[in-house]
Design a protein around this ligand. Structure first.
Ligand code: HEC
Length: 190
């Protein structure tokens, strides 16, 4: 009690808890400014994000995901540009992987040896899409032709699996399996 200075008397609050007293000091300016600043900010924030055109969290997520996906596609494209297709087409391991994927996922529509069934003959030199080169086959595998019944495999198979399947399909060309489906598309001279 005794060590309260004269100029503090005015701002001394009149309560006393176990001899603990309190001065009514004003809050620091910087603190008040920050505090009022957040209130003013909240008005604009609310107006923009809740009432106005500000993006919602899910919209922001969608936009971010588009950027991520574009980057991944770009990375895939770069990786694909470096593929040694000729080596892959002769790589027994890749071809074994390609065969098991083909037997499981593709034979139902393109037949066991690629002679064609619901889907076109893959063992001939006629192509509806592209020119039968491996990059072109890889492209059609990835994107599919949904409206014609060819599913896109991009999301289902991993890039290495797609490449292995591409190499396997490429090796079917010209194998003349029995009971071929009639040619569809353009004849490609190899
Ligand atoms: C549900 C049936 C179906 C399945 C499963 C399927 N395809 Fe197809 N595929 C088709 C059809 C139908 C087309 C023809 C699309 C068109 O006419 O444009 C096609 C087209 C293709 C083509 C292009 C042929 C050309 O002449 O241009 C390739 C290559 C191909 N498929 C490979 C595959 C591979 C590899 C798989 C397995 C990973 C597969 N397909 C699975 C139905 C299927």
């Amino acid at each position: 009690m005794s060590d309260i200075k004269d100029d503090e008397k005015e701002i001394l609050l009149d309560h006393d808890y176990d001899n603990i007293q309190e001065l009514d000091n004003p809050l620091p300016k910087w603190w008040l400014l920050t505090f009022y600043g957040t209130i003013i900010f909240s008005v604009f924030y609310y107006a923009y994000y809740e009432l106005g055109s500000g993006p919602s969290l899910s919209e922001e997520l969608r936009e971010d995901m588009q950027v991520v996906e574009a980057k991944m596609r770009e990375a895939d494209r770069k990786a694909e540009a470096n593929i040694d297709w000729q080596a892959l087409a002769k790589d027994p391991e890749a071809l074994a992987v390609g065969k098991s994927i083909y037997d499981k996922n593709c034979a139902s529509c393109h037949a066991a040896q690629g002679q064609g069934l619901i889907g076109p003959n893959l063992a001939d030199n006629y192509w509806i899409h592209g020119d039968g080169s491996m990059p072109e086959i890889a492209k059609i595998l990835k994107k599919g032709v949904l409206e014609k019944g060819m599913p896109p495999w991009q999301e289902i198979l991993k890039p290495e699996e797609l490449q292995a399947t591409t190499a396997y399909v490429y090796n079917m060309i010209g194998t003349n399996p029995p009971n071929p489906k009639a040619p569809q598309g353009e004849k490609i001279e190899l």
